[in-house]
Design a protein around this ligand. Structure first.
Ligand code: ATP
Length: 719
């Protein structure tokens, strides 16, 4: 990057207003921040009354804050747009079993509504459960609400996300990821410990949220009888297609919360930007040069590699240009593969004279409030995973976001004070964007979700009450995947979970990894398979600082296994344990201490699940061939075969692919390569690989391979 570009933005009047007016039929109309006009159908509606709710009683348990701080927090709570509507909102919640709540980003839906319900003591018969599509949101909001209620996290307010939980018998407000609530439904389809379920950020339409809609709707209806406690349901978002949701939830009333607390000034690109990464970076520096210190910047980009590289460049440019007269930059990457504590680091306040720049994927797009953020820079792009039924693999692609996502990103500014949003696209480009994102269920692999639905007791998947039905083709594909790994038995009119499938559903993992674990006892290596799966769940255990890549690779050479990346990971994990989980040791070996520690924790929890399911955790010590056999049993649909011309073709769909340069197998030509993922960057690369034997494939899935021809070109071509 060479210096700063001229400001690529022009200022436009905020045409979307955030205004409200009254329609001629007397009902309140509300021009939402997404530009749709949405009608209020609250009877006797009109703007919510300004009536106050009186003093809100704060919990005394585990008092953690001093009186001055609590007073400040109470004042903040009372200044939120939702507060004047409190009474009216409660009346509607009391009257209706299911309600849809729409309110501007930052108006107070997520943090306040559960507290209002608790303050009324409407949670006496069961906990209030609030779902979030992402773990960082569940964790950070639970922390904030615990602070607002002056209680310790894990007491009155708790959270539960995959591999991490902080709840107790005293917990009344529980923030969970949608995936976790779905898991709970397996053992309790009536969700009987909850008296309220709040499905937040409904517009995100993750697979888990969509399935939860159906499960929660069924639980509510099944609890609507004299011998059971009723279940109340709230669906919330700032940007959603209300009619679609209201129709689905039996014409549930829609409540509109009016107004936003702080204005956000919008800027659009003057012209189309050819390079969104470069224009995003120049915008960051434009803001950095022109705006006062202590105002932090949140940047939306697409994926881990891009974010790490931009973070590095920003640090470098800040250093090279010796921006001594400007605040010191503290740059934080933020993406899902980071462990929770590293994700939560972005919430740390800046020191005087410092400016925080957070470069994030869409995980910071909804729900969260990051203290200090005044500027949002939106590249307008997102990396999404979609399932390609013809190849049978998920593909990650960078795409344009929808208008709803753009407004959510904008809403991350202006939460504590007025804010600014810089859009790296023109207004015309914005108008051409889709209104809402395509629901994940219409574009992803459904194997996990079908396994969970069956575990919950839903037998006829195509007849399940989906808000939008997935295509019969993708259901068929997932059913086939589950059948070949032995999780289900599919007949023409019925799907039945096998005992193995029932056990697989106990693991919060893709079914193929659960299958690999289940094969552990037979081969005497559950211990090692659990380690590999735990490391895969935390992903980035390698540190490759730019400029020191060669050094890093040399330092890790001693762990390399000729058997492939999985065994290499196992050797690293074992060495980490032998070092007594030493941070310095990780540093010397260019390994990520936090991610390895996270893998230790994940592994501990997987061992607990094995114990619950009576799966013996045996170790094969130094003979590691059985470990690759177990991986083959789970991942045999992800194997590629070497061809005479030296290329690889996947066995499942004959797709051409190559070994990823980061793999320890790169440069060799093993006849059969089992891969964890197929990554598409220009061409298809096999990522995290192991050498496998053709005979093992026939052994683990004879039926599957009878119809797929393994050529057995076992002589290694070119090696
Ligand atoms: N961690 C925090 N630190 C400081 N203030 C916070 C924090 N979390 C929330 N707030 C304050 O509470 C307000 C309401 O947040 P809340 O998440 O309840 O809004 P929301 O309506 O659910 O927004 P969204 O639709 O974006 O999820 C924020 O705008 C902010 O002023």
């Amino acid at each position: 990057m060479t210096g700063f570009q001229e400001p690529p933005f022009k200022k436009v009047k905020n045409e979307n207003g955030f205004s409200s007016d009254v329609s001629n039929d007397g009902q309140q109309c509300f021009k939402s921040n997404n530009g749709y006009i949405m009608k209020n159908n609250i009877q006797n509606g009109g703007p919510y009354s300004k009536q106050c709710a009186g003093t809100i009683g704060l919990e005394k348990s585990g008092a953690t804050q001093n009186a001055g701080h609590m007073k400040k927090i109470l004042k903040q709570r009372h200044s939120l747009p939702i507060f004047p509507a409190r009474q009216k909102l409660l009346e509607e919640l009391k009257k209706n079993d299911c309600v849809i709540v729409i309110g501007e980003t930052g108006s107070g839906k997520t943090t306040q509504i559960p507290q209002y319900i608790h303050e009324e003591r409407w949670d006496r018969k069961g906990t209030i459960c609030i779902t979030q599509p992402r773990r960082v949101a569940a964790l950070s909001i639970a922390k904030r609400v615990a602070e607002e209620m002056n209680t310790n996290l894990g007491a009155l307010v708790g959270y539960s996300v995959r591999f991490e939980e902080s709840v107790s018998s005293a917990t009344k407000l529980k923030y969970v990821t949608d995936g976790m609530l779905l898991r709970e439904a397996i053992s309790d389809p009536l969700l009987s410990k909850y008296s309220w379920i709040i499905l937040d950020e409904a517009h995100e339409r993750t697979v888990s949220t969509d399935v939860l809609f159906g499960i929660v709707k069924a639980a509510q209806s099944n609890r609507n009888c004299p011998d059971k406690d009723p279940l109340k349901v709230i669906i919330m978002s700032a940007t959603m297609d209300v009619d679609h949701f209201s129709n689905y939830f039996n014409n549930a009333p829609v409540l509109y919360l009016e107004g936003r607390q702080h204005p956000i000034e919008m800027f659009y690109a003057k012209q189309k930007q050819d390079d969104y990464v470069l224009s995003t970076m120049s915008t960051v520096f434009q803001i950095h040069k022109e705006s006062p210190a202590q105002h932090d910047i949140l940047v939306f980009l697409t994926g881990q590699e891009e974010i790490d590289s931009v973070a590095h460049s920003i640090r470098q440019v800040a250093k090279d240009l010796s921006l001594a007269e400007f605040p010191k930059l503290r740059v934080h990457p933020l993406y899902a593969a980071l462990p929770s504590h590293q994700q939560l680091d972005v919430f740390r306040e800046t020191a005087p004279g410092e400016r925080k720049v957070i470069i994030s994927t869409n995980i910071a797009e909804t729900s969260i409030t990051i203290p200090g953020i005044k500027y949002v820079v939106d590249s307008g792009r997102v990396k999404i995973r979609s399932f390609n039924p013809s190849s049978g693999f998920d593909v990650l692609k960078v795409k344009k976001i929808s208008q709803a996502q753009a407004w959510q990103r904008t809403g991350r500014a202006g939460r504590e004070a007025a804010g600014y949003c810089y859009r790296g696209y023109t207004q015309e480009e914005f108008r051409a964007m889709a209104l809402n994102p395509v629901p994940e269920i219409l574009r992803s692999n459904l194997a996990s979700v079908i396994l969970q639905l069956l575990a919950v007791g839903v037998k006829n998947i195509l007849n399940f009450d989906f808000i939008d039905k997935p295509s019969p083709d993708s259901v068929r594909e997932a059913v086939e995947q589950l059948s070949v790994i032995g999780a289900i038995i599919a007949s023409s009119d019925n799907l039945e979970l096998t005992p193995a499938g029932r056990r697989m559903a106990q693991f919060p993992l893709e079914p193929r990894y659960a299958k690999a674990i289940l094969c552990g006892p037979e081969h005497g290596c559950t211990d090692e398979v659990l380690t590999i799966v735990a490391v895969l769940a935390s992903e980035t255990i390698f540190v490759n600082p730019s400029g020191k890549k060669e050094l890093a690779i040399r330092a890790r050479q001693k762990f390399h296994s000729v058997e492939g990346d999985h065994i290499t990971m196992l050797k690293i994990f074992r060495a980490f344990k032998s070092s007594k989980e030493n941070k310095m040791w990780c540093h010397e070996n260019f390994l990520n201490y936090r991610n390895l520690s996270y893998a230790v924790e994940v592994r501990r929890q997987l061992v607990q699940i094995c114990q619950r399911c009576n799966i013996p955790v045996l170790s094969c010590q130094q003979n590691l061939e059985p470990v690759r056999r177990c991986l083959t049993a789970g991942l045999f649909t992800s194997v590629a075969e070497l061809q005479i011309d030296g290329k690889y073709l996947t066995l499942s769909s004959k797709q051409e692919c190559s070994i990823h340069p980061a793999s320890v197998l790169f440069g060799g030509k093993p006849a059969y390569v089992l891969f964890t993922d197929l990554v598409h960057t220009g061409k298809a690369y096999m990522h995290i690989n192991s050498i496998v034997d053709a005979d093992w494939l026939y052994e683990v899935a004879p039926e599957y391979f009878r119809t797929r021809h393994i050529k057995k070109v076992c002589s290694a071509v070119g090696s």
